[in-house]
Design a protein around this ligand. Structure first.
Ligand SMILES: [Cu+2]
Length: 480
């Protein structure tokens, strides 16, 4: 087992007062949870009072979204009511009435058929973030349907096992719809990661494999969401895990697998255990890494995913451990030992093989400018800004010109991060493997290699800070 720790550069990761303590923190404690100091450039984080809770909410069991098959699924996005705060009803936008939406689970080779209905009062469409699908199934902003409109998705899964996710993708409206509840996990399994006991890697499964959608939100005194879709990014004052405020999870004496998604509009998490015990990173956006790595802290930006093992085999009855965000000083999820010993495989070291992409045929440079522009242009839904030959390996260079961090997301392909210059000056362990989203901080240049191998057609490249995305930091391109 590798035990290399990642001690991040605190100059780059800490701004303002990261405080310790309570389950919910208010006001000045919430100054920051991103990975760099860019907001010193005139866009300070909001400091908002924690109106809803007063910091005194008792711990409640972690909500685990229902698992459903996307084969023959009717999926409706519609207004509803979420139960988030004790004794209060939160008006929300929900997939099939659930907050967050149900976890879709399918195997490589499955033919996904989803009949989507837009029950919202505004246009929407659903994008399968991380799924390698053709244009007709991608949920491109051109494919929005109005109130009562439908879209029939039909595609066959042909990609590695991974945690992907689904959320709306209408131009200029994504931030509000995602924030008010429209998001869910989409787990793809394959012959390497079967999710079955006895599989070659022995990865935890069943109740020992837990999806964690971690996001922030703010509430008014009656429990309603507070939101403003500002380009500088919306930062809530309360962390939610699977839609649960102040959650705990009973854990056996066993190894657990956590499938983690950052579902925030803008906030970057820096995850750690309060015990100092390691998080064993085994995967990133596009599935398993080549080998596991033990880390004491892991960063994750909006839209990114992590696959992490935690060893609770020595956690005694009623003993606790806490998953925290080091930058916000927030407690996110408490683990409480049941004392029940469950036999299982050890933490695997070698996981899978990832073939590095070869020499690029050409280089493209993308600048993420201000809060609304990509290569100097606000998104034009009708334009095609560039074309990419199917099968060619290309080097894409992402550059910021302020107002970062920009979590850069590409539809239609996965990429491999090569270099990060400026800022922390390194590619982190959680940025290895196959990625579809990478955080680019101010004064940084991030180079990736990318190859479109699955489908020709129209896709988008955009910033996944949803205020930036809705402001127009997005571009159409066509794979030809
Ligand atoms: Cu951005």
């Amino acid at each position: 087992m590798s035990s290399s720790n990642s001690t991040l550069n605190r100059r780059d990761f800490v701004r303002g007062a990261a405080t310790t303590g309570g389950a919910l923190l208010a006001g000045a404690a919430l100054a920051s949870c991103d990975t760099q100091g860019s907001h010193a450039n005139g866009h300070p984080f909001p400091v908002e009072p924690d109106l809803a809770t007063g910091g005194n909410i008792p711990r409640v069991p972690l909500r685990i979204p229902a698992v459903v098959s996307p084969v023959g699924l009717a999926l409706t996005a519609a207004p509803g009511v979420a139960s988030v705060l004790p004794g209060k009803a939160t008006p929300a936008l929900l997939y099939n009435g659930a907050f967050p939406g149900p976890t879709l689970s399918a195997r490589k080779g499955d033919r996904v058929t989803v009949n989507y209905t837009n029950g919202l009062s505004e246009p929407s469409i659903t994008h399968w973030h991380g799924m390698l699908v053709d244009h007709a199934n991608d949920g491109h902003p051109r494919q929005v349907v109005g109130t009562g409109g439908t879209h029939a998705y039909d595609f066959t899964i042909n990609q590695r096992a991974a945690l992907n996710w689904y959320h709306p993708h209408p131009h200029m409206l994504t931030g509000g719809q995602v924030y008010r509840g429209l998001a869910g996990g989409f787990i793809v399994r394959d012959e390497i990661d079967t999710g079955l006991v006895g599989n070659a890697l022995g990865l935890p499964t069943g109740t020992h494999e837990v999806p964690l959608i971690i996001r922030d939100a703010s509430f008014d005194s009656s429990g309603g969401f507070q939101f403003s879709n500002k380009s500088s990014g919306f930062f809530g004052n309360t962390p939610l895990v699977n839609g649960t405020v102040n959650a705990y999870l009973p854990v056996n004496k066993a190894i657990y697998r956590f499938r983690i998604l950052n579902g925030c509009n803008a906030r970057i998490w820096r995850l750690a255990l309060n015990t100092g015990a390691p998080l064993y990173l085994i995967g990133s956006d596009g599935g398993l890494l080549d080998r596991s790595v033990a880390l004491t802290e892991i960063g994750i930006g909006p839209g990114e995913r992590l696959d992490v093992l935690v060893d609770f085999r020595t956690l005694g009855t009623n003993a606790t451990a806490m998953l925290r965000c080091l930058d916000a000083g927030w407690d996110l999820l408490q683990f409480v030992g049941t004392g029940i010993s469950v036999l299982g495989a050890d933490i695997p070291t070698s996981l899978t093989t990832i073939a590095p992409l070869g020499a690029p045929k050409r280089t493209r440079r993308f600048t993420f400018d201000g809060m609304t522009r990509l290569n100097g242009k606000v998104y034009d839904i009708n334009a095609v800004e560039f074309t990419v030959p199917l099968g060619d390996v290309e080097r894409w260079v992402f550059v910021t010109n302020g107002n970062g961090p920009h979590p850069v997301h590409v539809h239609g392909a996965s990429f491999q991060v090569q270099t990060r210059t400026g800022g922390p000056g390194r590619v982190f362990d959680w940025e290895r493997g196959w990625k579809d989203t990478v955080v680019v901080n101010d004064r940084e240049t991030v180079e990736v290699l990318i190859q479109f191998v699955a489908h020709r057609g129209l896709y988008v490249l955009h910033c996944h800070q949803l205020g930036h995305e809705d402001g127009g930091m997005m571009a159409n391109f066509e794979v030809v």
